[in-house]
Write a protein that binds this ligand. Structure first.
Ligand code: FAD
Ligand code: SF4
Length: 506
């Protein structure tokens, strides 16, 4: 995922060093990955290799089907170094703890001299967030985000006041989308301008090498960018034509579409073809040119300057061990239909279905549909984490893990989220058209046709009263729970028990 062709590292050694890129089973197999994720990363690695060679660099590229491939990063590096007589190895510092630990362990026992350089990508150092929140029980993103706005001079007036008079326009960003030509006259979804690649040959070598994947391979009509030019073109289109509606419809969901007004840039960003600062500056420019509003631009910038850097900081401050957190003691297995999308729950069918089809779901689908259900049903956060890490095109542990284990599953006990992100059918119905035409009834709590989210939601708060009952953000929830009669509460507990006993058949 270190595929930034404009890293200054590459300017220094034209022709003097050999760059090694490798496709290895240790990286394809640490979790079961979506086919498009493996294809996308390998295709982007091959594109970078070609670009480096074209600009005069020596490159040694180890393909997945190379007979000499040891399928292990240190073992391949030892072999290449031995063959070409190298005594030193330099790498870009990895962003995942797993790889960082592996390289450190190797450095301590190899005779090669191993050093690392920066990927020149992030706006913060690994431990900046930890230093900002030292000694605090809850790490508020908003505090970090404001400090980042000031530090990087983003959307500011007089160097320290927020442009537009407010730091946060979240409240204006919660509209549903009903589709064009409806009485709401919502705008049409923008055109999908992503490139089309045919990766059939690469796919066949991935399969011949025995790599196991899931999801739609789409090898002949692959739509993710594989080089910086393509990623920049996609960003340009987003800023000009999509960003104006980004904020307003950021949380909306609809069965007719899987993208709405989202940027689809997380793959380009996470493999570092795009830099976060250039994305932020392009959005600011759209504001200055009057292309997009404060609400849209602030909402978008907050995701990148705020959430993205913040979750990375949470990750480095809490690894190793953050992946094992399970504050609510959840141990159920992931329902089988997470791998097929075959469920009668229309919201899960659509959100999981598009994840398998496109290796993509937007934030609210990940958080308030799929993650919401897993948490309410008491699924093991480790299984949920493995699924998220595998399924999405943009999933790398430094960003996926805090979003899943922390924000979505509350498994860190509230370090990252001040309350669990859960809801009953009411929220899903407000933000989507999922409930219309669903097998289940969004308004019922008990009975064969009752929406499973409803009983699970109330039962969740009843079961976790000891831990959550005093949370000031949940006062209203507990008030409503306490208004129910003991009979109603018992019926809900019984319904929830039935639902979790029947997860595979919902
Ligand atoms: P947009 O909605 O258009 O947002 C623009 C950009 O903002 C994104 O590209 C991303 O870089 C950044 N961003 C937005 N929200 C977040 C966030 N919460 N954390 C970090 N960056 C954010 N994002 C990943 O990049 N990789 C993951 O593996 C990942 N796993 C997630 C798991 C769960 C359970 C949840 C709730 C969220 C996860 N996210 C992850 C965050 C977010 O859902 C994706 O970044 C976003 O959906 C990517 O699509 P987009 O580029 O169209 O984003
Ligand atoms: Fe999902 Fe329940 Fe709505 Fe069906 S009724 S779509 S299960 S929230």
């Amino acid at each position: 995922d270190q595929l930034n062709p404009v890293n200054s590292w590459f300017d220094q050694f034209v022709g003097a060093v050999m760059y090694v890129l490798m496709e290895v089973r240790s990286e394809t197999d640490y979790v079961l990955h979506h086919a498009q994720k493996v294809l996308g990363i390998f295709a982007a690695m091959r594109a970078l290799s070609a670009q480096l060679q074209a600009s005069g660099h020596r490159v040694h590229y180890i393909t997945i089907d190379d007979a000499d491939n040891q399928h292990d990063i240190p073992a391949n590096l030892e072999l290449v170094a031995q063959r070409c007589g190298a005594t030193q190895v330099q790498c870009q510092a990895p962003d995942e703890w797993r790889l960082d630990a592996l390289l450190h362990a190797w450095r301590d026992q190899t005779t090669l001299q191993v050093t690392s350089v920066s990927s020149e990508h992030f706006l913060t150092d690994r431990l900046d967030v930890q230093q900002q929140f030292v000694g605090k029980k809850s790490w508020l993103m908003e505090t970090f985000y404001r400090a980042m706005r000031i530090k990087h001079g983003v959307m500011l007036e007089d160097g320290k006041k927020p442009l537009g008079g407010k730091w946060n326009f979240d409240a204006s960003n919660r509209q549903n989308w009903h589709g064009p030509n409806t009485k709401h006259a919502d705008p049409a979804e923008p055109e999908d301008v992503r490139p089309i690649h045919n990766h059939a040959k690469l796919w066949s070598s991935i399969q011949s090498a025995g790599v196991k994947t899931f999801g739609n391979a789409q090898a002949a009509a692959f739509r993710w960018p594989v080089n910086r030019d393509e990623a920049l073109a996609q960003l340009g289109h987003f800023v000009q034509h999509v960003l104006p509606n980004f904020g307003r419809y950021q949380d909306a969901m609809h069965t007719d579409t899987w993208r709405l007004f989202h940027a689809l840039i997380s793959f380009g960003l996470n493999v570092k073809m795009l830099s976060p600062l250039e994305v932020i500056r392009r959005a600011e420019q759209a504001l200055q040119e009057g292309v997009a509003s404060f609400e849209a631009v602030e909402g978008f910038i907050r995701q990148i300057l705020g959430w993205r850097e913040y979750v990375r900081g949470v990750y480095w401050a809490n690894m190793p061990g953050y992946d094992e957190r399970n504050a609510l003691d959840n141990h159920k297995n992931l329902p089988q239909w997470f791998w097929t999308g075959h469920t009668k729950m229309r919201c899960m069918q659509h959100a999981i279905g598009q994840s398998l089809e496109h290796a993509y779901a937007h934030h609210i689908q990940r958080l308030m549909v799929i993650g919401n259900f897993a948490l309410l049903a008491g699924v093991s956060p480790q299984q949920v984490h493995q699924w998220y890490l595998g399924v999405y095109i943009d999933a790398f542990e430094w960003v996926e893990l805090p979003n899943t284990v922390g924000m979505s599953q509350y498994a860190d006990g509230g370090l990252l989220a001040t309350k669990p992100y859960v809801s009953s059918a009411a929220y899903i119905d407000r933000m989507s058209n999922y409930c219309k035409g669903c097998h289940y009834n969004k308004s019922e709590k008990v009975g064969d046709k009752a929406c499973p989210f409803n009983a699970l939601y109330w039962d969740f708060f009843a079961r976790h009263r000891d831990r959550l009952g005093n949370n000031f953000r949940l006062g209203m929830v507990y008030k409503n729970l306490d208004r129910m009669t003991p009979e109603q509460q018992a019926a809900i507990a019984q319904q929830a028990h039935m639902v979790v006993g029947n997860l595979d058949n919902l």
